[in-house]
Design a protein around this ligand. Structure first.
Ligand code: SME
Length: 153
């Protein structure tokens, strides 16, 4: 019988904790977290967008470490699922990306998505974005564990 999602996260979480403890470089940690999640679950795309400053003071999301096919490089505040999760500082689960108004399609193969904000001192500093080729791939179990993982950064 294949392992449950819960069982995979439970075995992955201590490994990720070990991996990032003792390493201060956030980009390196994002890279290893992307890889660990991507390999364990076989997602379509797993990665981070980092909040970076812009001249107008709003900021934008800039592509960070990821696993999977090439992706959009920059995402404005409030745009797409990633920009909305940043704006709301809350996790967004999208069961069918084709029904999400303003969804940014980096790949037509993606059908569902979860975006988890990475918070630091109360501010969103990045988002963790995971895409699946399956519809309705993400639920509250993913949200629970991915939010725990995002707090390790
Ligand atoms: N679909 C995302 C854009 C990022 S890519 O899927 C990697 C969005 O609407 O925010």
């Amino acid at each position: 019988m294949p392992l449950s999602k819960e069982a995979i996260y439970q075995s992955l979480l201590p490994q990720i904790e070990f991996l990032v403890s003792g390493e201060e470089d956030r980009i390196a940690n994002m890279a290893n977290i992307s890889s660990a999640l991507h390999e364990a679950f076989g997602f379509w795309w797993t990665g981070f967008y980092r909040v970076e400053p812009t001249a107008d003071g709003v900021g934008e999301l800039v592509l960070g470490p990821f696993q999977g096919p090439i992706a959009c490089t920059r995402i404005p505040f409030g745009r797409g699922v990633c920009g909305k999760a940043w704006q709301q500082a809350q996790t967004i689960i999208v069961p069918d990306v084709h029904q999400f108004p303003g969804h940014i399609a980096c790949s037509s193969a993606s059908n569902s998505e979860i975006v988890v904000p990475v918070l630091h001192d109360g501010a969103v500093i990045a988002v963790l974005d995971i895409d699946s080729r399956d519809f309705n791939a993400f639920d509250s179990t993913d949200q629970h564990y991915l939010e725990l993982i995002s707090r390790l950064l």
